[in-house]
Design a binder for this molecule. Structure first.
Ligand code: FMN
Length: 323
């Protein structure tokens, strides 16, 4: 089996984002400018083990061409994690990532996500349980729960688990996304990796907007790759290697694709139409009349057909004005 992490160049990854990086949005980013690896939204192992596929809410839907997709899992029960890992292998994912950084209250309450930082013994057990197949296992985490002083112990614990890769969101759980990412800690993390687990790839995450910024961070500090999340909300072309200006048509074509894929997967994903509205600002910006068009869509569109009609009317009016 090819190991997806085996790449001799910087690895660029689209960050897992709950209710965002589903099968629809991943295809948009792939069309715009593809990263090397995609992660699914995080999916709970225990919920799946207890209730089966209906508990995953469409999070694991993937198409057969998504050969570079890693399933992100979380959970606190080793038995469920092993069973789920086998299921993930059967579904054809390229790897398993375990979320040990999510600050969400429900994850923390059950001892998962960032709460794992306080429970290193359990963290090690869960990682071991996920290694039941030959899929590569990685972890995505933060640098501590409430204090930067926790970084060395926590990152060392993870590096002793023989992980294929470790993605570090360079903030503590307590800091949420309120302070700038602590890039200044990268050299120490690299030192720990070189000492404890030289083959583990280190991926940096937090506030990195695009490929160019990612490359400068790697050039400045070192590391093996970059994960970008919110950057795609302001620039869906965030992963393009040669930056260029994108036309209104390119942006709107991405939106039209998103509408079509939303319709295609709607029966399986069951996401209300209004969830699409958060994406409008990604595509409808930086052109003449963009804010008026956005306002009209936000107030009047109730379906994908309404959305197409409003945009087409807008485009036709612009053509009329020119003739
Ligand atoms: C809407 C949203 C949903 C997220 N869901 C997840 C998730 O399911 N799993 C995860 O590990 N991190 C999740 N995150 C955190 C991101 O993966 C990433 O670590 C964080 O946004 C910082 O990176 P950025 O500054 O590039 O956005 C989410 C973030 C956002 C904004």
């Amino acid at each position: 089996m090819n190991n997806i992490w085996d790449q001799n160049r910087p690895i660029f990854i689209l960050a897992p984002m709950e209710a965002v990086t589903d099968v629809v949005f991943r295809h948009i980013i792939k069309r715009a400018a593809s990263p090397d690896i995609f992660f699914s939204e995080f999916t709970n192992a225990t919920a799946w083990y207890r209730a089966g596929d209906k508990a995953t809410g469409g999070r694991l839907i993937k198409t057969s061409d998504e050969t570079n997709l890693i399933a992100q899992l979380w959970g606190t029960d080793a038995e469920s994690m092993s069973h789920f890992a086998k299921h993930i292998k059967e579904l054809g994912f390229a790897g398993i990532d375990i979320n040990m950084g999510c600050p969400d209250k429900s994850a923390i309450k059950s001892g998962g996500g960032a709460a794992m930082i306080k429970n290193p013994l359990l963290a090690a057990k869960i990682i071991e349980a996920a290694k039941v197949t030959d899929l590569p296992v990685s972890v995505k985490t933060r640098i501590g729960y409430s204090s930067l002083d926790e970084m060395e112990n926590w990152i060392s614990t993870l590096l002793k688990q023989n992980l294929i890769a470790l993605t570090v969101h360079l903030r503590t759980k307590k800091e949420m996304s309120k302070v700038p990412a602590h890039y200044e800690l990268i050299p120490k993390i690299i030192e720990l990796r070189d000492e404890l687990s030289p083959s583990t790839k280190l991926i940096w995450n937090g506030d990195i907007k695009n490929y160019k910024e990612g490359i400068s961070l790697l050039n400045k500090y070192g590391g093996d790759g970059i994960m970008i999340g919110r950057g795609v909300f302001t620039n869906p072309f965030a992963f393009e290697k040669e930056e260029r200006i994108h036309s209104k048509k390119e942006l709107l074509d991405l939106l039209f694709l998103q509408l079509d894929l939303y319709d295609k997967y709607q029966t399986k994903l069951n996401r209300p139409f209004d969830t699409l509205k958060r994406y409008f600002k990604i595509y409808i910006r930086d052109f003449d009349g963009a804010s008026e068009l956005r306002n009209e869509l936000m107030t009047k569109a109730k379906s994908t057909d309404d959305t197409r009609e409003i945009i087409n009317n807008f485009l036709n009016t612009k053509i009329d004005q020119k003739t």
